[in-house]
Design a protein around this ligand. Structure first.
Ligand code: NAX
Length: 318
C-alpha cells in the first residue's frame, strides 16, 4: 500500500524542492511507497507537469504514481497527507485584509474538498501564508475532520532559531534543543530561549535581545541576500514537521496547532506551541513557566492571530 500525498502549489518553488525529497524517501522512509497528487491552478499546471516529467526521470523506486490536476476533488482523492503550499502572495497595494480574503477563497474550498475526498486518517500541513489563519479556515471548512488534523508550519522558524543559537554559542546545532516558537508565523512570533539547552545545559539569557529579532527577520534577510524567498529550507522544515507528526518525536519541537485554551491562547486559534508527537498526534507541552516578558511576547503574537480571525469572520468566512 502506498501513502497518497497531495502537494498544492506543486508547480512553485517550494513544491519543486519538496517533490524530489519525498520521492527519495525523506518523508516516510526508504520502505514506504508514495503516490503523489500535484494540485495547481491552471497557470501553474505546466510547471507541475514539467516537475512530474522530471520525477519520472528520477526513476525513484518508491514512487508509485504521479498525477497532476487543477481539480481539488481529484487532487485530494484518498489523500493521507496534504501539504498545502500554494497560496496567494501579497500583490502591490494589497492590504492585509485583502490578503486574508484572497487566501480564505483558497483554503476554505480546499478544506471542504479534503473533507469530501481525503482518506479518514488525513493530516494537513499548511505552509502557504498566512499559514496559521489559512489552517484555521481550512479546518473550519472541513466538516467531519477533527480540527487537530490541520496544522501550520513553524518548524522553519524553530530551525532558524536553533541554527542561530548554535552560531552564537559556537556549538553544533544538534546540541541545541527546546527552542519553541510561540504564536503566529509572522514577525510577531516569539522564539523562546528560556527553556533552551545546549548539551543539556541552559542557554545564557543575554542572547535573547539579539536573537529574537534576528530569527524573526531571517526570512527578510534570505530575500535580501538571495533575491528570492526561502525555498529548500522551507521544504526541509515541511518534511521534518510532517515526518515527526507521522513517526513521533523524542523531544519538543514547534508546530501551529489548534488551541484548546492552553497557555491562555483562545480556543480554536491555530497557534504555534511547544509540542511533542505521540502516537500520530501532536500534544502541546503543558506546564512551562513563562516570565512576564515571555508572557507579553506570546500575548502580542496571539493578539495578531485573534485579529486575523476577526478579519476573516467579518468577511463571513468563519
Ligand atoms: P511560489 O509562488 O513559487 O509557488 C506557489 C504556487 O502555488 C504557484 O505555482 C501557484 O500557481 C500555486 N497556487 C496558487 N494558488 C493555488 C491554489 N489555489 N491551488 C493550488 N496551487 C496554487 O511560492 P513558494 O516560494 O513555493 O511559496 C509558497 C508559500 O509558502 C507562500 O505562501 C509563502 O509565503 C509560504 N512560505 C511559508 C513558510 C512557512 O514557514 N510557513 C516559509 C516559506 C514560504 O515563505
Amino acid at each position: 500500500m502506498a501513502t497518497t500525498i497531495t502537494i498544492t502549489g506543486a508547480g512553485g518553488q517550494i513544491g519543486y524542492a519538496l517533490l524530489f525529497r519525498i520521492a527519495a524517501g525523506d518523508l516516510l522512509g526508504a520502505d514506504e511507497k508514495v503516490r503523489l497528487r500535484l494540485l495547481e491552478i491552471p497557470q501553474g499546471l505546466a510547471a507541475a507537469e514539467g516537475a512530474a516529467l522530471e520525477l519520472q526521470d528520477g526513476a525513484f523506486s518508491l514512487l508509485d504514481d504521479v498525477e497532476v490536476t487543477d481539480d481539488a476533488a481529484t487532487g485530494f482523492d484518498g489523500c493521507n497527507l496534504a501539504l498545502l503550499v500554494g497560496a496567494r502572495p501579497r500583490g502591490p497595494g494589497m492590504e492585509r485584509g485583502d490578503l486574508l480574503a484572497a487566501n480564505a477563497g483558497i483554503f476554505g474550498p480546499q478544506g471542504s474538498a479534503i473533507a469530501a475526498a481525503a482518506a479518514a486518517d488525513v493530516r494537513v500541513t499548511v505552509v502557504g501564508n498566512p499559514a496559521n489563519t489559512n489552517a484555521l479556515i481550512a479546518a473550519a471548512s472541513a466538516d467531519g475532520v477533527p480540527a487537530e488534523r490541520f496544522t501550520a508550519l513553524t518548524r522553519l522558524d524553530e530551525n532558524r532559531a536553533r541554527a542561530q543559537l548554535a552560531l552564537a554559542l559556537d556549538a553544533p546545532v544538534s546540541s541545541i534543543r527546546r527552542v519553541p516558537i510561540w504564536g503566529n508565523h509572522s514577525a510577531t512570533q516569539f522564539p523562546d530561549v528560556s527553556h533552551a539547552t545546549v548539551d543539556g545545559r541552559p542557554v545564557p539569557t543575554w542572547l535573547e535581545q539579539e536573537f529574537i529579532p534576528r530569527v524573526a527577520r531571517r526570512g527578510a534577510e534570505i530575500i535580501e541576500v538571495r533575491g528570492s524567498s526561502s525555498v529548500a529550507s522551507a521544504a526541509n522544515a515541511t518534511i521534518e514537521h510532517t515526518r515527526d507528526w507521522v513517526r513521533g518525536t523524542d523531544d519538543w519541537t514547534s508546530a501551529g496547532v489548534v488551541s484548546h485554551g492552553e497557555y491562555g491562547v483562545p480556543e480554536g486559534l491555530v497557534s504555534s506551541f511547544p509540542v511533542r508527537s505521540v502516537d500520530g498526534e501532536w500534544q502541546i507541552v503543558e506546564g512551562l513557566e513563562l516570565s512576564d516578558r515571555a508572557r507579553a511576547k506570546v500575548d502580542a503574537s496571539v493578539a495578531e492571530l485573534v485579529d486575523e480571525r476577526e478579519t476573516v469572520r467579518a468577511l463571513g468566512v468563519l
